[in-house]
Ligand binder design. Structure first.
Ligand code: PEP
Ligand code: MG
Length: 330
């Protein structure tokens, strides 16, 4: 019986291949894919992803014995773009530190690595390495719709400094023999720290897009390490504190006319999807096997129904109450 049910479900999902992602009342949204290597882009296409919402570029560094050169990175980004056949590819700049170690880089051991020298912080202090990556991304941008995204932004200074480096690299490219790149490449911000979500109104006017990283946002907002069994119970995207930050981020993005996506695992959570539709999220970036499930789930909700659920949930005071209620709707 289980096998038959599985086959039936798969057949139902297949109906969504090649379909647009539409809510029940016809609003067009998008389901993108998260990838780690250019090879994963193939899976993203097979699963009918509408783009890549998160290319975790650190895998090019982690699955390696040396720092990937500009040329190696350029080839990897170009390969992902070509495999995606003209669809958008968002490259997240190097996100190391925390749980992501790269042995040959010799990063100092830290007492509190999640609070430490990682991601954009590391890149802004290691400009040669960062500029090499930006140069590779910019050169690849001549071949398709590529966007840059900075991880772990906590304040406007970091975004400004990162963008200034993008401009610096553009200038250097103009003066060099390789002058082909997208002059207007979009630079977006991952909203994955509590501070970024709280100052989303300050960041939005200077960002081209937001993408909410709920994996880290949940941990940082709840001040809890999900790997620690004693506190893992706190790690829930359904905590009112986390939901309010998600709603706020989307609202600030919309008020400033920039698109807001989500590339954390919560984007594939069927209980959260009606809330995200109601808040106005436009792009859901999920693992390849989740694409059709998310497209199907989105198709079930009208804006009016989603709004009703969101209104109820956002008036609730505890995660327990929210989780119990959402159990009843999906
Ligand atoms: C996130 O934090 O939600 C995210 C997508 O980034 P990563 O899981 O790579 O830290
Ligand atoms: Mg993250």
């Amino acid at each position: 019986v289980k096998r038959e049910e599985f086959i039936k479900k798969q057949a139902e999902l297949k109906k969504f291949i090649g379909m647009e992602t539409l809510t029940a009342d016809g609003d067009k949204l998008e389901v993108y894919c998260n990838i780690g290597t250019p090879k994963d882009a193939k899976k993203a296409m097979e699963c009918d992803g509408e783009g890549v919402g998160l290319f975790r570029s650190e895998f090019l560094f982690m699955d390696n014995t040396h720092l990937p050169t500009e040329e190696e990175q350029f080839e990897a980004y170009k390969e992902a773009l070509e495999t995606m056949e003209g669809k958008t590819v968002i490259i997240r700049t190097l996100d190391i530190g925390g749980d992501k170690e790269i042995p040959y880089m010799g990063l100092a051991k830290e007492e509190n690595p999640f609070m430490g020298f990682r991601a954009i912080r590391y890149c802004l202090k290691n400009r040669d390495l960062f500029k090499t990556q930006l140069r590779a991304i910019l050169r690849a941008s001549a071949f398709g719709d590529i966007k840059i995204m900075f991880p772990l932004i906590t304040c406007l200074e970091e975004l400004r400094e990162g963008k200034a480096l993008v401009e610096e690299v553009k200038n250097e490219l103009r003066l060099s023999s390789v002058s082909e790149f997208n002059e207007n490449i979009d630079v977006g911000v991952m909203i994955e720290t509590a501070s970024a979500a709280v100052i989303a109104d300050v960041l939005a006017p200077e960002a081209d897009f937001f993408s909410i990283g709920t994996n880290d946002l949940t941990g940082y907002t709840m001040s809890c390490d999900r790997g620690n069994a004693d506190v893992a119970y706190l790690y829930s995207v359904l905590q009112p504190g986390v939901l309010r930050l998600i709603r706020r981020t989307i609202q600030c993005g919309r008020e400033n006319g920039i698109p807001v996506g989500m590339c954390g695992e919560a984007a594939a959570n069927p209980q959260l999807i009606p809330l995200l539709i109601s808040f106005g999220l436009t792009e859901f970036s999920v693992s390849a096997p989740s694409v059709l499930k998310v497209r199907k789930c989105i198709s079930k909700w009208s804006k009016t129904e989603a709004d009703k659920i969101a209104e109820k949930v956002m008036a609730m005071k505890t995660e327990e109450e929210i989780a119990a209620y959402l159990e009843t709707i999906v």
